[in-house]
Write a protein that binds this ligand. Structure first.
Ligand code: SF4
Ligand code: SF4
Ligand code: FES
Length: 264
């Protein structure tokens, strides 16, 4: 959730990740929780709200469309349709009526992935509500990532875990699908479980990844990490710029190996 900053500065230009008003930028009216603000038309919803004096204490994370912390619901003046987006990605438009939904409560089952199997029965037992889906497709329409939510729910109902995992791959757990579901299904938690089951029990193991995990557990990189941790900024920078072999730009995949192979 966000709150209005009571000590709003009296200047309009901010720096860093905040709004920088381009010269001659046109401002447009938007409505945040019912109140009108004039904001530059070039900004995302998140930056426009900060420009208007809001401070995000919750409901913001990566600012890059990845973490799912900033789901936003809005209507346009004169349009009956409900629209959905991520505040950090969606650019403001005139006469937007906005509300932030930084968290939508949804049931999450408790399980140990080690007790699951490649069969879908356990997913069905943990989330029997999946069978309440009435195929209304509101979840898909609400998804800011264009994930075909109804389709992955259908796949899970049919026991097709791999299909569900692949369809839901771009889910960022924002919860907007769940907010629209008349079957009260926590779609994104179920899809996350499907992806976990797929990764652990169905997808072939990546041999190099298994070996690397074993190396880490055996302490192969401990000394190197200790050395890096003890360096100051200048030494680290030097090490990064001069002390490492760099893969040539545009190298053919698989065509390059570093001379130093002790950490491979
Ligand atoms: S599937 Fe649901 S939780 Fe995942 S990104 Fe889409 S709306 Fe958000
Ligand atoms: S919103 Fe709920 S009931 Fe409608 S299609 Fe999606 S999962 Fe099914
Ligand atoms: S802040 Fe992470 S998706 Fe918007």
């Amino acid at each position: 959730m966000c709150e209005t900053n009571t000590t709003k500065p009296d200047f309009k230009v901010a720096t860093g990740d905040r709004a920088i008003l381009p010269e001659g930028a046109k401002t447009i009216p938007i409505y945040v929780m019912g109140k009108k603000y004039e904001v530059p038309e070039t900004l995302t919803i998140m930056k426009a709200m900060e420009y208007a004096g809001f401070q995000f204490l919750r409901g913001a994370g990566c600012r890059g469309g990845i973490c799912g912390a900033c789901p936003t619901v809005y209507r346009m003046a004169g349009d009956y349709k409900l629209h959905f987006g991520l505040a950090c990605q969606t650019v403001v438009e005139p006469e937007m009526y906005l509300a932030q939904i930084p968290f939508f409560p949804a049931n999450r089952a408790s399980y140990d992935i080690k007790d699951m199997s490649a069969a879908a029965d356990a997913i069905h037992a943990l989330y029997p509500e999946v069978f309440r889906c009435v195929a209304c497709n509101l979840c898909t329409k609400a998804c800011p990532m264009d994930v075909k939510v109804m389709d992955y729910i259908a796949a899970i109902k049919q026991g097709q875990i791999e299909k569900a995992a692949r369809i839901s791959f771009d889910c960022i757990q924002c919860g907007l699908c769940s907010s629209r579901c008349m079957g009260e299904i926590p779609q994104y938690h179920i899809a996350q479980l499907a992806r976990r089951v797929f990764a652990r029990y169905i997808q072939p193991q990546a041999e190099h990844l298994r070996k690397r995990a074993e190396d880490i557990e055996a302490g192969k990189y401990d000394q190197m990490l200790d050395d890096l941790s003890s360096m100051d900024k200048d030494a680290l920078e030097k090490c990064y710029v001069e002390g490492r072999e760099r893969e040539p730009d545009m190298a053919e995949p698989g065509s390059w190996q570093p001379q130093e192979t002790k950490y491979l």
